[in-house]
Design a protein around this ligand. Structure first.
Ligand code: ASP
Length: 331
């Protein structure tokens, strides 16, 4: 299979200006591709040190390589998106798994979802507190139960019954997130800084199959029991072969109300939009309601888009021609 390939020029990594128009830079491309994000928000050069920037870049590269290993050996897009997000769940730089943000009740409640574009099978967990890698639990829900979504204690119990690695809630604790919680509770104000770090991946494999995954700790100081968009199929995660795969990050309440991921796929499928048009439209609706954030999208022919209306988004792409990562809005 030959895909049209977007040259990985700087412009491709521009947020709101990202192009997904293959006509502009189409060349032959390899047979698989993986695109990831590590959250969108107030991410500026001023707020970054060279060390921090290097650490994020290395973490994104690790995630890309984990997913690429699957795809390059002929594995499925589904396996690849799971493999890509697991190292980010294990890395405290991101707001997912270990190092996730804290609730107002000083706990960690994690949300994750995964979708297979082949048959639109999907799995999700919401508000889990004990499963080390929520994305594994989401996949288990998809494959080992007759349901799509489990929440709370039942979700943790299900994960445990599936033999997944279980931990105490304190496993997810980091001082950084404790400090953020104290600041938000004191200032009674949450900034985009207090939720970015959600992670996600979309991929196309050698057989043209699409998949998407999203996993998060949610928002700092969220009320116990609050569920965001990340575990909701159609809000943060969607994949349909022949159409596109989407993973979103941003202010979840707005992404839920717009149904961002499904809106994007429907615009591609029903309105004939290209990926950029579709994502721009969905994010404009989010912005109209007062929200911000971003999406990664991969299309049926391997084209892709990174679109965000926040200052930055941790992001990366890998295919047989190599890997690229970016952080700020102007690269
Ligand atoms: N969407 C996540 C939530 O609202 C947070 C984020 O992606 O920044 O839970």
């Amino acid at each position: 299979m030959t895909f049209r390939y977007l040259t990985i020029a700087a412009a491709v990594f521009l947020g709101a200006c990202a192009t997904s128009d293959p006509a502009e830079t189409a060349t032959d491309m390899p047979e698989w591709r993986l695109v990831i994000h590590g959250g969108a928000g107030v991410i500026t050069r001023d707020g970054m040190t060279p060390e921090k920037e290097a650490a994020y870049t290395a973490a994104l590269e690790t995630a890309l390589e984990a997913g690429a290993e699957v795809l390059r050996s002929g594995g499925s897009a589904l396996d690849a998106v799971e493999a890509a997000v697991i190292p980010m769940e294990d890395d405290p730089l991101f707001n997912a798994g270990y190092g996730a943000v804290m609730t107002a009740s000083q706990e960690h409640e994690l949300d994750a979802s995964i979708m297979d574009g082949r048959d639109r099978n999907a799995g999700a967990v919401a508000g889990v507190k004990r499963v080390r890698n929520p994305i594994r639990a989401a996949r288990a829900v998809m494959e080992q139960s007759e349901h799509v979504m489990f929440a709370g204690d039942g979700a943790d119990a299900f994960a445990e019954s599936q033999g997944l690695d279980m931990v105490d809630n304190s496993y997810f604790y980091t001082e950084r997130r404790q400090n953020a919680l104290e600041r938000v509770l004191k200032d009674r104000k949450r900034t985009a800084e207090d939720r970015h770090g959600t992670v996600g991946a979309v991929a196309i494999d050698m057989n043209g199959n699409l998949a998407a995954a999203t996993t998060t700790g949610g928002m700092t100081a969220k009320a116990a029991g609050r569920i965001g968009d990340s575990p909701l199929i159609g809000a943060a995660t969607y994949a349909e072969n022949g159409v596109c795969a989407v993973s979103a990050t941003g202010h979840g309440e707005y992404f839920i109300r717009v149904g961002v991921a499904k809106t994007i796929c429907d615009r591609v499928k029903l309105a004939g939009d290209d990926l950029k048009q579709a994502a721009d439209t969905a994010l404009a609706e989010v912005a109209d309601l007062g929200g911000d954030g971003g999406v990664i999208v991969i299309g049926a022919d391997g084209d892709f888009a990174f679109i965000f209306n926040s200052e930055g988004m941790y992001r990366g792409l890998i295919d047989a021609s190599g890997a690229r990562t970016a952080i700020y809005g102007d690269e």
